[in-house]
Design a binder for this molecule. Structure first.
Ligand SMILES: [Zn+2]
Length: 297
């Protein structure tokens, strides 16, 4: 009888473990989204590539059953009025506790950090800077659409016009997320996590000063989760203060942080190609985020 009780308890424990397990992130499926985005060409404002990419994102999210809305806006880029569109995909809208994941899908119109000065006005391919964050979030969308998290509904936001800014002028960057934060089209999330430039083969992710100093609990949760999963590319040091799509959210009082690998020699160059990225780097971010989404408390 005692033995029977023990084995029954064992089964119950196995069942509990199964029901709370975090589903797997498929790094190859994620990587395919980098290749697909880059095949559209550069996705700078006004390009054919960004139109094709927008259609790709919207149809991929709708196929997964998300409620997809577009948030059009007009912003100023170097004194020109430029149209942009944020894309918002909501999963399990009935769940009141929400997590927001965001990434920018536009790419920089100018390769102005390229060693070849003749290329400084050429739009970048944006494999890491743009496509990698989107790729991870599209794979997370697929996973979440198949398995409902216990605690959280998910809002994925693809921001436009992040990368047409001027160096040294913070508010000229992140125009889509600034508009989003000023005109919140969704309920406030409990946690908002932005990912950007996370596909580099040689991944090194330091903490961002603004994220850590405003929301240390969220940053620690992310880094501790990554470390528990064995992803040592997350470094527990603050290297820079990064103005990215999380910053306008922080300014509105939202519990937001960015995961960015700013240690990327090919930043804003024509060599920011898929060959500079790796599926394993996407996996480190994707698995970490899924563990946050599938937390049981
Ligand atoms: Zn950029």
């Amino acid at each position: 009888m005692k033995k029977l009780i023990v084995s029954t308890l064992g089964c119950i424990m196995v069942l509990v473990a199964c029901s709370t397990a975090t589903p797997n992130f498929d790094q190859d499926k994620a990587f395919a989204h980098i290749t697909a985005q880059c095949a559209f060409g550069p996705r700078n404002p006004g390009s054919d590539g960004i139109e094709l990419c927008r259609d790709y994102l919207i149809s991929a999210l709708k196929v997964l059953g998300a409620t997809v809305t577009e948030q059009p806006f007009v912003a100023s880029v170097q004194q020109d009025s430029v149209a942009g569109t944020n894309i918002i995909a909501s999963f399990y809208p009935q769940m009141s506790r929400r997590i927001l994941l965001g990434a920018h899908y536009d790419t920089r119109p100018w390769a102005d950090k390229d060693p070849d000065a003749s290329l400084h006005n050429t739009p970048i391919p944006g494999a890491n800077d743009g496509a990698s964050g989107v790729a991870v979030l599209l794979e997370i969308a697929r996973v979440v659409s198949r398995t409902q998290p216990q605690q959280f509904g998910l809002d994925i936001v693809f921001f436009d016009l992040e990368d047409s800014g001027s160096y040294g002028d913070n508010i000229s960057w992140c125009l889509g997320s600034q508009y989003f934060a000023d005109n919140m089209p969704i309920n406030e999330p409990e946690k908002a996590i932005i990912v950007d430039m996370i596909g580099d083969k040689n991944q090194n992710i330091h903490m961002d000063y603004f994220s850590y100093h405003n929301h240390p609990i969220l940053v620690k949760e992310l880094w501790e989760t990554a470390h528990e999963l064995g992803f040592n590319s997350f470094k527990s040091t603050i290297k820079q203060a990064i103005f990215d799509d999380h910053y306008p959210l922080i300014q509105k009082g939202i519990n937001a942080a960015v995961i960015i690998d700013f240690d990327y020699p090919l930043w804003h160059t024509m060599a920011d190609e898929p060959s500079a990225c790796s599926p394993a780097s996407l996996e480190a971010i994707g698995e970490t985020l899924l563990h946050i989404i599938y937390a049981t408390q």
